[in-house]
Every structure is written in structure tokens, then in C-alpha cells.
Design a binder for this molecule. Structure first.
Ligand SMILES: O=P(O)(O)OC[C@H]1O[C@](O)(CO)[C@@H](O)[C@@H]1O
Length: 526
């Protein structure tokens, strides 16, 4: 039987709080440090490793975390999720994003269909459509090939797919699978849509309207913006647009689109990159085979995440160390720092994934919780971040745990040797240096130049960022966030916190305001 209990009622959580703290600077110094870097490492897939040597944990802390993971029944809860229980209690929905990339457990039936079959069918329909576009069988009205794909969507209908596209753009160009350039319109700021439209040839562009609900104001506004532009160019908008939505949304049966592809209410926006939401744009941009490799990478990590042994389950381990840092050590934030330009928008995606999922103050039954839940997430690619906010990370008054990601090889492969090292070597040297600098610090009589150290980090290391490693990376973080939600006993799959602002904005637009809202409306000339 599964028990959904608050973290502070668990005996093993009290025990964890009493385990002696680790002096990170001490354990990471000298030979001991070298041994830790070798030992505190676990494979995520054959190409990716999670290394947690520079986290403030030792065997005692890890044993206490394993006990907590067991008492919180994390593997059982994961199994309940992929076997189709109603895990999203707020919206009374199943949570099925893992089914888009593999069958992890029982067949899941909902709405009278086998859900795995439903997702696979959508992937096949998308693959077929994308192949026809690439082959010139689906064209614009003049019979010319589409050369650009533009995704219109916001939140999960934008951030994940955009981050994934950017992550693979150069890889696809290098490996001969690049088919079409992709652009993204998300913000309701008219400058977003206008700038994208100014940068493309609309006559040769295909637009993917993505909205699960089919009611998101920003997305519908941008759709009209684009339709106007197509009309002004003398084009029939319905021959340039496809939709990705749920079958129950107002967009599903409209004649306004060349085709419609479906996901459903069991896939949260921020978990939708492996569904039709990511599938359409990525298959059009890189071909369906590349999208399939991306799914295969995610499926591998989903499988590893079933492991009951904490030390052999990187997503669960990462999650538990994060809980220790948040609820025992009291750290408020986590920085995501990819040493990979291709992952430039990955931190923004993780921001939504983590903060929209676990930024909650009530448990899954709607009762207030008495402990901190999700941390603040932010990040930028290294080495750019080093010349920006790392000052606070090294010497500020808050300790911010760090999540580094690094690859041995670059994607494009073009490089130069300057002062005896390549740029790729410089990049990797920097991430290694940062881990040790943060952990060990450096004492100096001048307090201003003193580094206290004791600043924890982990690193995910891969050979190269490929579609498969990207899928694995994505699933690692999705599963980490899911496990943390289980430990905190929150529902990680709804987002009521975004509603109030939407309601008030509607009131402003309808001029139904008073008090402070009225004055702000006047100040902004609405
Ligand atoms: O795909 P939709 O329904 O347009 O929603 C877009 C985004 O809006 C939200 O519901 C909240 O603003 C996100 O969770 C979601 O990713």
C-alpha cells in the first residue's frame, strides 16, 4: 500500500537531520578528494555519468537518504504513476509523459484507448507528415517546398521544444540531418511575433500552433498575428498551419489547419517535449529518425529510474541530495550551469519544469506543508556565467548548490589551438576548476580574496551532446523533479499558481478594475 505522508512526519527524515554534516572543503582536498571523484559517480546511460563527489554527502548521509527514499516509497510511487494511477490529484488526472517514449509497466487505458498506442500513433502521423514536407509532397500553394518551421506556443509549448531545437541544431547540421530552420514565437509582446515574421520568408514557412488547452490567450493572439501576416502576403493561412493540441480543445476539429496532431490532459505542458508538442517541430527540423533517437535516450533514463537502489538510480539520487540541501542544509536555490553553448536555453526549460512543478505550499491533499519545497532555479551556460553571477556563488552570503553539465567533445568540431590548448579544452578546464574552487576554496589573509569553499556541486558528464544524450538529460531532470515532488508530498503536475494573474489581466483588458489595479492600468495606458 502506498502512503502519501508529509516529509516532516517521516522517521527517516528526522534521522537524516541528525547525521553529522560533511565538511566539503576537507573531504574534497588531497588524495581523499581524488578518491571521491572516482567513487561518487553513477552511470545514467552508457554515454552519461552523474558525478556527485563535490556534494556535501558521505556514506552515512547517503545511507540516511536511501532510508528516506525507501520510507517515502519513491519507486512504488513512480510505478503507480507509470501504471496509470491518478497522481495529479489537483486536476484528477493520470500522469503519462513517460509513455510517450516507452512502456514501463502495465498497459494504461484511458478515454477508451491504450494510451501508449495513442502516443505512438501520433508520432507516426507526425513522422509521415514531416517526411512528406521534406519530400515536397506537402508544399505551399505554389507547389514550393517549405524551408522554415515556426512554433507558436508558450510555457511548456515553447520552452522545452525551443531548448531541444537549439541543443541539436548544430549537431544536425554537422551530421547531415538538418531539414529546416525552426523559429519560435511565444511572448504576447508584439515585438516577438513581428521580429520573427520579419526574419523569415512567410511564403515558405509552415507554422505549428501548439496549445494543449487551445485557450491560452498569448498563443491565440500570436496565431491571429501570424494569420494577418499570411493574409497580407496574399497567402491562405490554413495551408501554412498545423495544430498540436488535445482532442478535446477548441482547435482540434477546426478547418484552419493543414493537419492536427494530438497529446492529451495526461501530459503536463512542461513534461511535453517528448509528446507531439516537441515531436512536430523537431521532426520537421531534423527528421523523425532524430526525434526517435531523442525518445530512445529518454526511455533509457526512465528505465534506470525504476532502480530501487538509490546509488544506482541517478535521478533519484540527484533528487534526494537536493532534498537534503533544501530541507536539512537550508539552501534556497539551485543553479544549472551547462558548459555547452547548445544548452543555452536548457536552464530556462528546467526553470519551468522545476518551479512550476514543485513551487507549492500545500500537499497533494491541499493541506499546508511546514517545510520548504522547490528551490529557485536559474542558470546560464559556462563560461559566460563565470564572468557574471559566479561572484555571488563563490563569495556571497547564500550557499547555492550547482548543477554542472559538460561534454568531452564539441558538436561542430571546429576548433583552434591558442596558447597550447583548444577552446574545448579551455571550456572543460574551466568546469573542472570551478568544481574544485567551489568545494575547496582558498584561504587568504585578505578577507576580500578569501574563498571559504564548502559550496556543493554535481556534474553530469557526457562524450558529446547527441539526440540520445539530450533525451536522457531531459528525462533525468523530469524524473528528479517527480521524485522530489513525491518526497515533499506535493502534486508536481498542476499549476494553480499561474491562474490569478491571468484572471486579473482579463479584468484589466475588460476595464473592470478598481483600486491599485485601476491605477496601474492607467499608468500603463491600457
Ligand atoms: O499548451 P497551453 O495549454 O497553451 O499551455 C501553455 C502553458 O500554460 C501553462 O498552463 C501555465 O501558464 C503552462 O503550464 C503551460 O505549459
Amino acid at each position: 500500500m502506498i502512503n502519501w505522508n508529509n516529509l516532516d512526519t517521516l522517521t527517516s527524515f528526522k534521522e537524516l537531520s541528525e547525521v553529522e554534516r560533511v565538511n566539503l572543503a576537507e573531504v574534497m582536498s588531497g588524495e581523499n578528494g581524488a578518491e571521491r571523484v572516482k567513487d561518487y559517480s553513477v552511470s545514467m546511460t552508457e554515454d552519461l555519468t552523474y558525478n556527485y563527489a563535490a556534494k556535501a554527502v558521505d556514506d552515512k548521509v547517503l545511507a540516511a537518504l536511501a532510508k528516506l527514499a525507501k520510507e517515502a516509497q519513491l519507486t512504488e510511487k513512480y510505478a503507480a504513476l507509470y501504471n496509470g494511477e491518478v497522481i495529479n490529484t489537483g486536476e484528477k488526472r493520470l500522469v503519462l509523459h513517460q509513455l510517450t517514449r516507452g512502456q514501463l509497466g502495465d498497459k494504461v487505458e484511458a478515454d477508451g484507448v491504450d494510451k501508449r498506442e495513442f502516443y505512438v500513433k501520433q508520432q507516426q502521423r507526425i513522422a509521415d507528415f514531416a517526411n512528406k514536407v521534406h519530400a515536397g509532397e506537402i508544399t505551399n500553394a505554389a507547389g514550393e517546398k517549405f524551408t522554415t518551421v515556426v512554433q507558436i506556443g508558450i510555457g511548456g509549448s515553447d520552452l522545452g521544444p525551443r531548448a531541444m531545437y537549439l541543443a541539436l541544431e548544430n549537431w544536425a547540421k554537422k551530421n547531415g540531418t538538418f531539414k529546416m530552420e525552426a523559429k519560435f514565437i511565444s511572448n504576447v509582446d508584439p515585438d516577438d511575433a513581428a521580429a520573427v515574421l520579419n526574419s523569415i520568408d512567410v511564403a515558405h514557412s509552415i507554422f505549428v500552433l501548439v496549445s494543449k488547452s487551445g485557450t491560452t490567450l498569448e498563443t491565440l493572439t500570436n496565431e491571429s498575428f501570424v494569420k494577418d501576416a499570411l493574409k497580407n502576403a496574399g497567402l491562405d493561412a490554413s495551408k501554412h498551419m498545423i495544430a498540436v493540441t488535445s482532442e478535446t480543445s477548441p482547435l482540434a476539429k477546426s478547418d484552419d489547419y493543414l493537419a492536427a496532431f494530438f497529446m492529451d490532459d495526461y501530459i503536463g505542458g512542461r513534461y511535453s517535449s517528448t509528446s507531439a508538442v516537441g515531436g512536430a517541430v523537431l521532426s520537421l527540423a531534423f527528421g523523425p529518425e532524430v526525434f526517435a533517437q531523442f525518445l530512445a535516450g529518454a526511455a533509457k533514463v526512465d528505465e534506470v529510474s525504476k532502480n530501487e537502489d538509490l546509488l544506482k538510480n541517478p535521478a533519484m539520487l540527484d533528487a534526494m541530495i537536493g532534498v537534503y540541501e533544501r530541507n536539512v542544509l537550508g539552501y534556497p536555490a539551485t543553479a544549472v550551469l551547462p558548459y555547452s553553448q547548445a544548452l543555452s536555453r536548457f536552464p530556462a526549460h528546467l526553470q519551468q519544469l522545476d518551479m512550476e512543478s514543485n513551487g507549492k505550499s500545500v500537499n497533494r491533499f491541499g493541506e499546508p506543508v511546514d517545510y520548504p519545497t522547490g528551490p529557485v532555479i536559474f542558470g546560464e551556460p559556462g563560461t559566460n556565467g563565470q564572468h557574471s553571477f559566479y561572484q555571488l556563488l563563490h563569495q556571497g552570503t547564500n550557499i547555492i548548490p550547482l548543477q554542472f553539465i559538460g561534454f568531452k567533445n564539441s558538436q561542430i568540431g571546429t576548433d583552434v589551438v591558442i596558447q597550447d590548448s583548444t577552446s574545448q579544452q579551455k571550456l572543460c578546464a574551466n568546469v573542472a576548476a570551478q568544481i574544485v574552487a567551489f568545494a575547496c576554496g582558498k584561504s587568504d589573509e585578505n578577507r576580500n580574496k578569501n574563498f571559504e569553499g564548502g559550496r556543493p556541486s554535481s556534474i553530469i558528464i557526457g562524450k558529446e551532446l547527441t539526440p540520445e544524450t539530450l533525451g536522457a538529460l531531459l528525462a533525468h531532470f523530469e524524473n528528479k523533479v517527480m521524485f522530489q515532488g513525491f518526497v515533499w508530498n506535493v502534486n508536481s503536475f498542476d499549476q494553480e499558481g499561474v491562474q490569478l494573474g491571468k484572471v486579473l489581466a482579463k479584468r484589466v483588458l475588460a476595464h473592470e478594475t478598481d483600486g491599485a489595479l485601476k491605477v496601474y492600468s492607467d499608468l500603463l495606458d491600457i
